[in-house]
Design a protein around this ligand. Sequence first.
Ligand code: ADP
Ligand code: ZN
Length: 722
Amino acid sequence: MLTSETILKTTFGYDTFKPLQREIINNVMARRDTLVIMPTGGGKSLTYQVPALMLDGLTVVVSPLIALMKDQVEQLRALGVSAVFLNSSLSPEEYQTNMDSVKSGRSKLLYVAPETLLTPRLFSLLSSLKLDLLAIDEAHCISEWGHDFRPEYRQLVDVRRKFPSAVCMALTATATPRVRTDIMSSLGFTQSNEFLASFNRENLFIEVTPKKDPISQTLSFLQNFKDQSGIIYCFSRRQVDELAATLARYKFSVRPYHAGLEDGERKRNQEAFIRDDAQIIVATIAFGMGINKPNVRFVIHFDLPKSVESYYQEIGRAGRDGLPSHCLLLYSYGDAGKIKYFIEQKEEPERSASYQHLEAMTRYAEGSICRRKPLLSYFGETYSQENCGTCDNCGAEPSSQTDITIPAQKFLSCVKRSGEKFGAGHIIDILLGSENEKIQKYNHQTLSTYGIGRELTKSQWMHISRQLVERGLLNQEPAYRVLSVTARGLEMLKSREQVKGQINEAKRSERSGARIKSTSAEEAEYDKSLFTLLRNKRKDLADASNVPPYVIFSDKTLVQMAAYFPQDKDSLLNMSGMGRVKYERYGADFLTIIKEYCRENKIEEKYKSPMREKDDAGRRYMAVGEAYNAGESLENLMARYGVTADTILNHLARFMMAGNPLRSAEDLIALSKLTPDQQQKVFIAFDELGADMLKPIHEKLNATVNYDELKILRLCYLCEKN
Ligand code: ADP
Ligand code: ZN
């Protein structure tokens, strides 16, 4: 029998299990009934799909949603696994074909709707077979206490009784204790085990921001998500229609979705979103159930959700594939008023309950502690980490209210010296020492403030400029946005009084990308142009076989291709989600694109760990590392290989990252030209941001330390940490 690891790698193309998957699979294989509670995106499906491939007999999966069944079956087929479904959407012929496929043993997995499973026809089919595993998806539907009770689910216990030798799994993302016990007692679980995964979704960046000018806030948010899928939730149908129309005017590819649309149109809009034909769906909360799209990169709440629970469920639709995704709530207390109006129409005790839910929601939105704390405590979990690094309240903390006196002075005096006749854009050009026409025309390269602001980026200066206006140090004339220094600003310049404010670390998309722990440095810096080419190919292949693009490959698989540039079969098989069958079907197509792209742009393959090295040059880092450890000096090594110090440092870094310790940092630290004080600053930055990527460090230090220095200090840092 194949092991679960082998199946995970060869069929699904994954290297490691997600939390609890292995334990769950082992429990099922030991023939113990199993209750699985995992958040959306936790990887529930795999916990019955892997056993299904290990067991001789049939696995039946009960699922309440026809759309999801079809989706799962398509995904399994793309992996080369024979699976079928039976439900009321099939024609009599299709139904028969699928029945035959199960009967003959060709299909190892059968997906059914509960009402179908209870029919005599299916009972007799199953009686003629060996039923090994009965997996009940969305198992909370069995409980009257759940939010989605389905009476048919109650009768599933009859199926269990008829097939006592089959082991039973119940899976859900609903965690309340009451629903849990209800599931186990309704299904007659006795010797069962329960697996409860954490509901923390590390890859979601969670942000709440005051709703001021929601349309422009949305537009500016969307700038960071060009061509990427997302959902915008609104309170009312009218709001959905209006916002969708507005976004369409701004040339976004967008569709509305709400219960007021005619059935056909609603279906078409949903389908367009799933197939990546429409980038954005603007929807009421009716949208989302039964959507399995893994590459939703953002969820915006344009209006306030009614409860924390529904909010968490809605943001949970982002980032199922585990890649960084952004959730933004535009919060205004006024929205709570709209909801209250509806609550008032309800009867008791529902009314009081709704008030409590709303109250919890506004408390959450106005809170200033880590967003994960209240969210997870809602699900009975304690989040003990001090700073999650991926919510607005945590992300804002380290950089909030730093001393910005120096940049403020530079900016104000530049406004003053250029005669208070220009907008922020031109002032920043002067500070950055730009050589454009307007600078020449006004002879601004001769100003004493010309080029004195190169330590910050353009967007950081913009941010500072806005803060100065906000604090009343600058005045912005509305028509032409010309800046002038106010009396208070002049005062500040003279008195050298301290100004506190924020310096942006980086753009939002960079920030959420850079801080995600589950994404490696290479993957965070994947090649966007190659990604686009690969995505287009995926879309063509998907359309040709009439399936959603994610059935072909997940975004994660494409991101890895665009980060590591695999050049041959072995390397390609090393990408996450690249199973054997997918390689055979699509490997050649994607390899061609990657190789051509690399040739044109002179890019070399990067090796993904576990490192596979082929030639001598590729293994040189080992030789260099070993020689260094044997006591050779850097100069000697440079001379021996005829390379620069930089190359030797790269070899040593690779040597260390491959898990080999390095003798000491003494020789290395001697290469650094910084003062000990400055070096400490860099080390502190490594402590805070990790040592995987240098760019965030560079920015954190306001570009005061160059990359060569950072490379040296990173080695010292890693050396000392080991
Ligand atoms: P759930 O049903 O719990 O919402 P899914 O089963 O749909 O979650 O899995 C979410 C995503 O994670 C899918 O894209 C799936 O392919 C992926 N996935 C599942 N297990 C693994 C794993 N071990 N390694 C990497 N990706 C995984
Ligand atoms: Zn946080």
